[in-house]
Each structure stands twice: as C-alpha cells, then as structure tokens.
Design a protein around this ligand. Structure first.
Ligand SMILES: Cc1cc2nc3c(=O)[nH]c(=O)nc-3n(C[C@H](O)[C@H](O)[C@H](O)COP(=O)(O)O)c2cc1C
Length: 142
C-alpha cells in the first residue's frame, strides 16, 4: 500500500448505433450481455429506439474495454459511435447487469447525431442525461 489514494478505476461509456437486430436478436443480446456483465462487474442500460441503440456501460476500465471490443465487433448493429468515455465517481445503474428500455421518441435524434458532424461534449452529456432520465423509471428487470 502507498500513502497516496489511487484514482477510481470506475469508468462510464456511452455510445449510439444503428440497429440491424430483430426482436429475437435483442432478446439474445440482453441475455448474453447480462451474463457477461455480471461476470465482469459491468452495469448499465440499453435503450432501443426504433432503428437505433444507445447504451450506457459502467465498470472497471479493463472490463469496459473487453465489453466494447465485443460490442464493436457485433454485426447486429453498425455505426457504433462513442459519445462519452470517462472516469466516474459512482454508478447510475448499480443494481442492473443491463437494464433495458424502449423509447421510440429518441429515434430521429440518434440518427441526426450519427449522420451529423462530431458531437461536442456538452451535447453528448445532454443526450446521455436525457436517455438515463427516460430509462430510469421504466427499468423493471436486469
Ligand atoms: C446493442 C448491443 C449491446 C450489447 N451489449 C452488451 C453488453 O452490455 N455486454 C456484453 O458482454 N455484450 C454485449 N453485447 C453482445 C456482444 O456484442 C456479444 O455478442 C457478447 O458479449 C458475446 O457473448 P458470448 O460470447 O457469451 O455469446 C451487445 C451487443 C449489441 C448489438
């Protein structure tokens, strides 16, 4: 042990993507995500909005790195675009191996973000907070 406290290893990562998934695919994604995330101490929420996904992942940096490598390579979605990747003091979904919510109203916004110029950090944060707020009261399994 040293006398200087280490920086927290807890990170959060928020990304958006275009879905190529059927409803059955989404069931399978959630099932394997929850199993893997429990093993890796990863928590978060997956939002499905029409033809798009948004996902917040929370956990140790190395675990998020492994998880994102699998997510990047998954052909059930495309245009995986990270909007936020940073250290964080606490988890927003600490009791959820992967919460899920459907919110069709965010579909156009996510497509605009994917099709437009790079999203600045302030906008990325507003989008993430809006999605977290939309999903929190609706989460019922995980
Ligand atoms: C939109 C989307 C979200 C996903 N979220 C996660 C996740 O949170 N954790 C995870 O391990 N895999 C996630 N996956 C699945 C991975 O891409 C991959 O299929 C899975 O980790 C493989 O697990 P398995 O080897 O046990 O089958 C996601 C895939 C998609 C398309």
């Amino acid at each position: 042990m040293t006398s200087t406290a280490p920086l927290s290893d807890l990170c959060q990562l928020f990304y958006i993507s275009r879905s190529l998934s059927t409803p059955q695919d989404v069931e399978q994604i959630l099932s394997s995500a929850r199993r893997r995330n429990s093993q890796r101490d990863v928590t978060g929420v997956l939002l499905l909005s029409g033809g798009h996904f948004a996902q917040l992942l929370e956990g140790p940096a190395a675990a998020l790195h492994e998880t994102m490598a699998a997510i990047d390579a998954d052909t059930r979605h495309t245009a995986v675009t990270r909007l936020i990747e940073e250290n964080t003091a606490q988890r927003r979904f600490k009791d959820w191996s992967m919460a899920f919510c459907e919110a069709p109203g965010a579909d156009d916004l996510i497509e605009q973000l994917l099709a437009g110029p790079p999203v600045n950090p302030e906008r990325a944060r507003r989008v993430m907070e809006g999605i977290v707020a939309a999903c929190h009261p609706m989460t019922s399994s995980g």
